[in-house]
Each structure stands twice: as structure tokens, then as C-alpha cells.
Design a protein around this ligand. Structure first.
Ligand code: 5GP
Length: 118
């Protein structure tokens, strides 16, 4: 699938629609999910144009890959999830249930997250 520059996260990255920012650096943006599924539900996305994790792993630079992974841990700490833990999850494609075609990690925490798969 080619990258759709009009997806909602691309618009957030361009500042065309607002988000509740948690963290940002040169390569990564993290913000609260608009429809939180747990007490804390934050999305961590790369700033580069990648459809999903497979696209990212195939095309991103080593630096981008390292920065995104480090940001997951950093944001989890900002969420206060360092001691009690959290769940990091990324959906890929239609069977994976991905709705927004820009790679994002969901970080769920602040309470017991529950069953892994419904
Ligand atoms: P997916 O199903 O693609 O893994 O997850 C997409 C997530 O994006 C959903 O949890 C949904 O609530 C969130 N989302 C969709 N539109 C917006 C938006 O405009 N702003 C924010 N912050 N989150 C959004």
C-alpha cells in the first residue's frame, strides 16, 4: 500500500488538526488517543511517511528505527508506567485491525490492560 498523505496522523504531523501532545523530538511524536481504550492511551508515531511496521522496517533508516523504539520506552515512563508496566501494540493491515494508515504504537496503561486478544 502506498502512503496516503491525507491520513489523519499526517494531518496532525502537519499541524492541520490538533492533538494532545505527550512528547516530540526530531523523529517522533506522541499524543493521547482521541478515544482512549484504557485509563492511559497514548499513540507514538514516526514523523516519516510509513504505512505500518513492515513498511517502516523495510524503508526507515537505522536511526529512525532506534528513535521510535526508544521513544516507546521514554513515553511509557512519562505516562507513569515504568513500575507497573503497560502494553505496546501496533496493528498492521486489515486483518490486524489497522484504521489509520500511518505507523503508530498504542501504549495502554494506568490500570490492568486485560486480555491480549478478544
Ligand atoms: P488503529 O485502529 O489504526 O490501530 O488505531 C487508530 C487509533 O487512532 C484509534 O485508537 C483512534 O481512536 C485514534 N484516532 C483516530 N483519529 C484520531 C484523531 O484525530 N486524533 C487522535 N488523537 N487519535 C485518533
Amino acid at each position: 500500500m502506498s502512503y496516503d498523505k491525507n491520513n489523519i496522523f499526517a494531518k496532525i504531523l502537519r499541524g492541520e488538526i490538533p492533538c494532545k501532545k505527550v512528547y516530540e523530538n526530531k523523529d517522533v511524536l506522541a499524543f493521547h488517543d482521541i478515544n482512549p481504550q484504557k485509563k492511559v492511551h497514548v499513540l507514538v508515531i514516526p514523523k516519516g511517511e510509513y504505512v505500518d511496521l513492515d513498511d517502516f522496517n523495510n524503508k526507515a533508516s537505522d536511526k529512525e528505527i532506534v528513535e521510535l523504539n526508544k521513544a516507546v520506552t521514554h513515553v511509557a515512563n512519562l505516562m507513569g508506567s515504568k513500575d507497573k508496566g503497560y502494553r505496546a501494540l501496533t496493528n498492521i493491515g486489515s486483518d490486524g485491525g489497522q484504521e489509520v494508515p500511518h505507523l503508530h504504537f498504542h501504549l495502554f496503561g494506568g490500570e490492568k490492560v486485560g486480555k491480549m486478544v478478544e
